[in-house]
Design a protein around this ligand. Structure first.
Ligand SMILES: Cc1cc2nc3c(=O)[nH]c(=O)nc-3n(C[C@H](O)[C@H](O)[C@H](O)COP(=O)(O)OP(=O)(O)OC[C@H]3O[C@@H](n4cnc5c(N)ncnc54)[C@H](O)[C@@H]3O)c2cc1C
Ligand code: FES
Length: 285
């Protein structure tokens, strides 16, 4: 059992969850994740750790409400408990002094990029932060990134903050620099990771992505998180979750992520208990 210290919506549909997990907080490194269950009968879901406090014995997660489990998490209040939270899982992000590192993130990846950027900065890198969202109101934690970043770029689809457009604007950002970054790290939705990798492959810039396949055990036993990278079979939970984005078989990856779409849809349509429909401060079961 892990006690919930705090759960709050940071921007629409995106929540911060702080849970008591002293053993995880003592060991976790940037890029790693936990697997938790939102309720006793619930499935195991992987979520990246966005921050932690070793002294308080807590970890922070940013999650997006997309389905049953995240819908249940979105209704947690401080003092509630979750039945399982295991970790740290996966390999930490490789951190060293690479020179200039461009960190591209969107969606819940903005949260999981925060500890990566902190460590990169500590290791002496110049960090160029790129935040991508549909609109300015979906960008969060800007105040955390400003002191850590050499430069910050924002891309919004409606042009309400920074450059108007999509991930394609990354080409313009790179072309506008005096020299291209030595490395790019991307955290966020599959579309952001796949398209950034496509762009940077043609520019010859090393690109690391944080893959988010469906996972069950998170320890290399079940095989559900199988991905193909560099024509080799890998398990994202133990070999990753970070991989060279230029080597990922994105077509296969996208297909495998949709494996349970029918069941997920059925859950919402049929008589199965509906996840709480979350409205800030008001959860209905
Ligand atoms: C290493 C890793 C780190 C992740 N970090 C975060 C994070 O920090 N914040 C965040 O919001 N999300 C993160 N995810 C994705 C998150 O696990 C899914 O959004 C979540 O499992 C959805 O569960 P659901 O029941 O609410 O939605 P569902 O209706 O079950 O699923 C919605 C979609 O989420 C994906 N999904 C479903 N079950 C899983 C599963 N067990 N594992 C992975 N993906 C699944 C599927 O593509 C599905 O179409 C991460 C995934 C991985 C593998
Ligand atoms: S989640 Fe089971 S092998 Fe990776």
């Amino acid at each position: 059992m892990n006690r919930v210290i705090k759960r709050e919506m940071v921007v629409p549909n995106m929540h911060l969850l702080v849970v008591e997990a002293p053993e995880i907080a003592a060991k976790i490194r940037p890029g790693q994740f936990v697997i938790l269950r939102a309720e006793e009968e619930g499935e195991r879901i992987p979520l990246s750790v966005a921050d932690w406090d070793e002294e308080q014995g807590t970890i922070s997660i940013i999650f997006m409400e997309v389905g049953a489990s995240t819908g249940t998490l979105a209704c947690l209040k401080s003092g509630d408990t979750i039945p399982t939270c295991v970790g740290p899982l996966g390999n930490p992000t490789e951190i060293s002094n690479f020179g200039t590192v461009m960190c591209v993130s969107g969606c819940y990846g903005i949260g999981s990029m925060y500890p990566v950027i902190k460590e990169l900065k500590k290791a002496g890198n110049k960090v160029l932060t790129v935040l991508e969202a549909r609109s300015s109101y979906l960008i969060y934690w800007l105040n955390r990134f400003i002191p850590l970043s050499e430069r910050i770029f924002t891309i919004t689809r409606d042009g309400s903050l920074g450059m108007k457009g999509h991930v394609n604007r990354i080409t313009d950002i790179i072309n506008g620099l005096a020299s291209p970054p030595d490395m790019i790290i991307v955290n966020g939705c599959t579309f952001l990771m796949a398209h950034t990798s496509e762009i940077t492959k043609s520019l010859g810039i090393k690109t690391i992505v944080n893959l988010n396949p469906i996972m069950i055990d998170g320890t290399g036993m079940c095989g559900v998180c199988r991905v193909t990278v560099g024509n080799k079979m890998k398990f994202a939970c133990v070999d990753g979750p970070e991989f060279n984005g230029h080597e990922v078989d994105w077509k296969e990856f996208l297909a495998r992520r949709k494996a349970y779409v029918d069941e997920e849809t059925l859950y919402f349509r049929k008589s199965a208990p509906k996840p709480a429909v979350h409205k800030e401060g008001k959860c209905q079961s």
